[in-house]
Design a protein around this ligand. Structure first.
Ligand SMILES: Cc1ncc(COP(=O)(O)O)c(C=O)c1O
Length: 385
């Protein structure tokens, strides 16, 4: 009998149990409101859909260059000029199959098996799982009120000292999932400088850019050409299912990424690249969607503390409230299951994001419609009374 690899023994997404149950209940006719998934309820922008329809009518969708079409890379370069005042050579941009492929490519080209990479705890669970599956060591560094819920040179130093692990990489998301933390320019600069001084690769996940509601949204590219920046059309651009992301790379990393990408993915999907190029010009429509998240956020900031669900972290960006449920339970997974069964509201238990402390937290996504979010909060309020 063949054996199954050790590398595949990654943690499951606990949230999937809740999600599967939510889908089942909805199919059975229950009025389920999902605050569990990190995806916009809005569709891709009209301009993206129009371009995709036209391309489909023409019919021929094929491979593209492994690192994406020249059209999308030029449009992304213009995006950095318009939004950040930066001149980014399109040759430094790699288009990827969602940011998820970007993580694979970055980890494979930067690190060898056994190397160690620091991530924040709580943090996006796929980081831990991808790194683990690739045979890399993960150093989870706690982020708390003391460090303003972000990584700092001091917290990285302390974690290395305590564990005896020397880092080869640091990965930080700003805005962050699930904490909503926005790491401003000074914080990013301190991390970039620390990494440069210690020959550590600095990977900046900027997938929630465009969704900063408080604080300063800076790109690591404003501070250094050495950062590996990863971004995506999934969140601000409302294009999760199109599976398109991008990276901005230090020049010397472009060819290694290209070599690995050629064999791993051949190319990102062409239809999605066509749609994504058009989406970059749709900021009027997308800013209206963003305004609806802002209204949802205001509602949650007002209501959650009053119903005993104080945010456990700042809610400055992305579209999540990470709330402390310890007043009610020590078992957030059980709470999420009961909430779904009894009032048809789906939320994500904190264990996915924080294996140590997540039994005391829940993540609520506010990327849904305002009416749905308001209704969900009222159901929760009555239920918790
Ligand atoms: C912080 C963060 N990074 C990356 C991703 C992956 O997104 P995608 O592969 O759709 O670009 C997500 C998805 O939720 C996320 O929250």
């Amino acid at each position: 009998m063949f054996s199954i690899s050790k590398r595949s023994e990654v943690e499951p997404f606990h949230a999937m149990d809740v999600l599967a149950e939510a889908t089942k209940r909805r199919a059975a006719g229950h009025p389920v409101i999902s605050m569990a998934v990190g995806q916009p309820s809005h569709s891709a922008p009209e301009a993206a859909l129009k371009s995709a329809r036209e391309a489909l009518a023409e019919g021929r969708i094929g491979y593209t260059d492994a690192l994406g079409t020249a059209g999308l890379k030029s449009a992304l370069s213009r995006h950095y000029r318009d939004r950040h005042g930066l001149e980014i050579d399109p040759a430094r941009i790699a288009v990827t199959t969602g940011s998820s492929a970007g993580f694979n490519l970055a980890f494979l080209t930067l690190f060898d098996a056994g190397d160690a990479v620091a991530i924040a705890r709580p943090g996006y669970p796929a980081y831990r799982n991808i790194l683990g599956a690739l045979g890399l060591n993960v150093l989870e560094v706690p982020v708390t009120a003391e460090t303003h819920f972000t990584l700092t040179p001091e917290s990285l130093e302390a974690a290395q000292k305590e564990s005896g692990i020397r880092l080869k990489g640091v990965l930080l998301a700003s805005p962050a999932n699930p904490t909503g933390t926005v790491t401003g320019r000074d914080g990013l600069k301190a991390l970039a400088e620390y990494c440069a001084a210690h020959s550590i690769a600095f990977i900046s996940d900027e997938i929630y850019h465009g969704l900063t509601f408080a604080g300063e949204e800076a790109s690591a590219l404003e501070l250094t050409d050495e950062a590996i920046v990863i971004n995506s059309f999934s969140k601000y651009y409302c294009m999760t299912g199109w599976r398109i992301g991008w990276m901005v790379l230090p020049e010397r990393l472009v060819r290694p990424i290209e070599r690995v990408a050629q064999s791993l993915y051949i190319s990102p999907p062409e239809l999605s690249q066509i749609a994504a190029t058009a989406a970059l010009g749709a900021s009027e429509e997308l800013d209206r969607v963003r305004a609806s998240y802002a209204a949802n956020r205001e509602l949650l900031l007002d209501r959650l503390p009053r119903i005993g669900l104080a945010p456990a972290s700042p809610m400055d960006g992305a579209f999540y409230a990470y709330v402390d449920v310890s007043r009610f339970t020590n078992d957030s997974m059980g709470l999420a299951k009961r909430m779904l069964a009894e009032i048809n509201v789906a939320a994500t238990p904190g264990l996915d994001f924080d294996p140590l402390e997540g039994h005391r937290t829940l993540r609520l996504s506010y990327a849904g419609s305002h009416g749905e979010i308001a209704e969900a909060v009222e159901r929760i309020a009555v239920w918790l009374k």
